[in-house]
Design a protein around this ligand. Structure first.
Ligand code: AGV
Ligand code: CA
Length: 313
């Protein structure tokens, strides 16, 4: 292709859309995936590692190294969300996928340090869960910040309401930030080029029945069929008003391939580290903490891209 190679480190947290993001990444021709780390946030680690290895096996990319995170955030995800991806490993397209010799590198912080140090060029760090592993790695070795070309993070709710609904919280935070608001607070102070895809953007792209029906029409393609099965497991949360499943991480990952489909604002942001609004990503004019924030996406272009990607062998 005529794209330059684009080095990517991917840290995900084992949600259904995190795995759909991995499927997309594995089908991006201009991307060289340097490694995958799994944060035990919206998942139980062992199950999520197994799903990761199964998808790598299906894509014939078992050469890509995987690691597990040992840090557990301040505000745990609900257990029923964390347990949910177990069903992924039992789906007909997954249950018989063997992962012989699959091993994971123990400790994502050391893994990210090693991968950044060894990277031949600037690295895009794609985060579809909390940012803790990356922040801890850069705290341990601040010189590695020079290797980070861009941090692309599904996180935050800036000018819209958050999606955390729990005790002692006022609802202003998005979950990936809320899990470890301390690290998020630090991330915006590290002077890195950060691009966020917050709820402000992802709210425009729910996982709709209409989308799933259209995807099913191309289920003769293996990965379209598998993706349709994955998304179907989220349907128990639809159409309840409070728990609509969105293209959160899938939209964020698509930015690596179709940045021109997005609208961005440059904004100064801060994160509330503690208290009733912990994890609130709010505007902080004058802070100098500039963040590139996705505010909108051309939906037609985005959905067309998904259909195209999932038709690949
Ligand atoms: O807040 C969105 C993030 C995304 O990274 N996750 C789900 C996506 O992977 C947390 C989340 C919010 N609402 C949820 C979530 C829900 N209803 N079920 C599971 N996870
Ligand atoms: Ca996620």
């Amino acid at each position: 292709t005529d794209h330059p190679t684009h080095y990517v480190l991917f840290d995900h947290d084992g949600g259904v859309d995190d795995f759909l993001s991995l499927l997309l990444l594995l089908h991006m021709p201009h991307i060289e995936l340097l490694g995958i780390s799994v944060t035990p946030a919206d998942c139980y680690l062992e199950t999520a590692l197994l799903t990761t290895h199964k998808l790598l096996a299906l894509a014939q990319r078992t050469d890509i190294e995987v690691s597990g995170g040992n840090y557990h955030g301040v505000n745990a995800f609900p257990a029923d969300w964390r347990a949910k991806p177990k069903i992924l490993n039992a789906l007909p397209g997954m249950i018989n996928v063997d992962t012989p010799g699959a091993a994971h590198y123990d400790d994502s912080v050391a893994f990210i340090r090693r991968k950044l140090a060894a990277a031949p060029g600037p690295v895009t760090v794609l985060l579809t869960g909390p940012c803790s592993n990356l922040v801890h790695a850069l705290e341990q070795d601040p010189t590695l910040a020079a290797k980070v070309g861009e941090v692309v993070w599904m996180g935050g709710a800036v000018d819209v309401i958050g999606n955390v609904k729990t005790y002692n919280h006022n609802g202003t935070a998005e979950w990936n930030v809320f899990w470890d608001p301390i690290s998020a607070h630090k991330l915006f102070r590290m002077g890195l080029p950060v691009t966020i895809v917050p709820l402000d953007a992802t709210n425009h792209v729910p996982v709709s029945f209409d989308f799933l029906q259209q995807l099913a029409q191309q289920s003769n393609y293996f990965f379209s069929n598998l993706a349709g099965q994955f998304w179907a497991t989220t349907i128990d949360t639809i159409p309840s008003y409070e728990y609509t499943y969105f293209m959160w991480d899938v939209l964020t990952t698509s930015y690596l391939a179709i940045p021109e489909a997005f609208d961005f604002d440059m904004v100064e942001l801060d994160v509330t580290p503690t208290g009733a609004s912990a994890g609130n990503t709010h505007r902080a004019p004058g802070s100098g903490q500039w963040v590139k924030m996705a505010v909108n996406v051309r939906k037609g272009d985005f959905y067309a891209y998904l259909f195209r990607q999932l038709r690949q062998p």
